[in-house]
Design a protein around this ligand. Structure first.
Ligand code: ATP
Length: 424
């Protein structure tokens, strides 16, 4: 974990939030490589669950929604955590996740339990009065429920169908630690999958469970590092009939990676009652009802962390991030063998520009080739292309593979289709 955290900082994946001001607990900023990895993960998620299926519609709802949304959803009343603080070292713990009766840092005693809201409040308008209180969304799901009718009216989808959304969620988390695992703001990738009441929800639930596990494996997560754990009644949210956590073996323990919940018709019913707008779905043969919903919920930071942890390898000479090429921040690095031979640099620039039109490519001419290879291995670049003296004679280049370190000579006009094929 320490190695991954320090690599993230050193090479520009993730930086501590507001670092020059001493940091702000549970906030992180994504650097140039982190944002690429995050974008690739998000695009791959969208492709898998929206573009490659014909039963899911995407939306992008607001971060600020009408405050009544959060009253109707139950968040204003229920979205809270119970907190204790160590009397000695003042470390805070959420009692929902507490495993010991004494502080694990210093063995100190805890203060009595205190309840606090997980919602971030803000104000709309010029005065901070209660009439204009608004909340930053703690989950993306509610924008989906309040747009359910809009999507049905525009697209007339047949049940079962889903609505997907990716975006930031905000939670007033008070327990710190474990890098990006628990943040104040983080992206969620969520689907509400609507089914007719009375249909086999268990079947839909298990097929989503399967799809989530498969997606994790397709990111390069080892199957044996994943477990599915069902919530007991006490743990389950107020709206859910069944919830499972897809857990991952993080270095700091087996913890939730993603969640899957059967939210019944709770949310749509609540919004129908609170708004007075009919949110029933009407079938072709005229039946009307409120659909039930299965919710697969994926969190971006934990996904990114699991991918980095699974990709990190070291040998005597180098650190390698064996990220799947389709997810790697940079696809190819292009090098002129030496920086002081203008013919080589010119040819290498042409190759760089040609590849750059298709995907993210970097240029490096510093130090020796070996160092450049290792520098790319450390950030997960799958291939390096070197332009050397032979290139000037026969138009071939060296393509070096990150994982095998094998080098192959390929005609320069064949490398683009070669990489495109490998990235499929
Ligand atoms: P936990 O029990 O760890 O607090 P949760 O059960 O509250 O998580 P959900 O409400 O199920 O989490 O949220 C869905 C997903 O969003 C989680 O599986 C996780 O990937 C992500 N997530 C939730 N809270 C955070 C957070 N504070 N920081 C980063 N990711 C989060």
């Amino acid at each position: 974990m320490e190695k991954v955290t320090s690599l993230c900082k050193r090479r520009g994946f993730v930086y501590p939030g507001s670092e020059i001001y001493g940091g702000l607990a549970n906030t992180w900023d994504y650097g140039p490589l982190g944002v690429e990895l995050k974008n690739n993960l998000r695009d791959y998620w969208w492709k898998t669950f929206v573009h490659d299926r014909d039963d899911i519609y995407g939306i992008d709802g607001g971060i600020l929604l009408h405050p009544k949304v959060w009253e109707a959803s139950g968040h204003v009343a229920n979205f809270s955590d119970n907190l204790v603080e160590c009397k000695k070292c003042h470390k805070r713990y959420s009692t929902d996740r507490l495993e010991t009766k004494k502080c694990s840092e210093c063995g100190g005693e805890f203060t009595p339990e205190k309840k606090f809201s997980g919602l971030f409040k803000t104000f709309i308008g010029p005065t901070e009065d209660t009439a204009s209180v608004a909340y930053l969304r703690p989950e993306t799901a509610q924008a989906i429920f309040i747009n359910f009718k809009n999507v049905v009216d525009s697209f007339h989808p047949k049940l079962p169908f889903g609505i997907a959304q990716v975006g930031k969620a905000f939670r007033n988390e008070v327990t710190a630690g474990n890098f990006i695992f628990r943040d104040l703001e983080f992206e969620q990738m969520e689907i509400e999958y609507f089914i007719a009441p009375g249909t086999d929800w268990q079947k839909a639930f298990s097929s989503w469970q399967e799809a989530m596990c498969q997606w994790a494996v397709s990111l390069g997560v080892r199957e044996k590092a994943l477990t599915v754990r069902e919530h007991n009644e006490k743990e389950r949210s107020h709206y859910s009939k069944k919830t499972v956590d897809l857990e991952y073996e993080f270095p700091f323990g087996i913890k939730e990676l993603w969640g899957l919940a059967y939210r019944t018709d709770y949310d749509l019913k609540q919004h129908q009652n609170a708004s007075g707008v009919n949110l029933e779905y009407q079938t072709e043969d005229g039946q009307k009802f409120i659909p039930h919903v299965i919710e697969p919920s994926f969190g971006m930071p934990r996904t990114l962390l699991a991918v980095l942890l699974e990709s990190y390898f070291e040998d005597k000479k180098r650190i390698i991030l064996k990220i799947k090429p389709k997810l790697a921040p940079i696809k190819v690095a292009v090098f002129p063998l030496v920086a002081n031979k203008p013919e080589l640099v010119k040819k290498a620039r042409e190759t760089y520009k040609m590849l750059r039109k298709e995907f993210l490519v970097v240029w490096d001419e510093r130090g020796n080739i070996g160092k450049r290879y290792f520098s790319q291995d450390e950030i997960g670049t799958p291939w390096c292309v070197t332009i050397d003296y032979q290139t000037l004679e026969d138009e071939t280049v060296t393509v070096r593979d990150r994982d095998t370190m094998k080098q192959e000579r390929l005609p320069v006009d064949k490398i683009l289709p070669y990489f495109q094929n490998m990235l499929k």
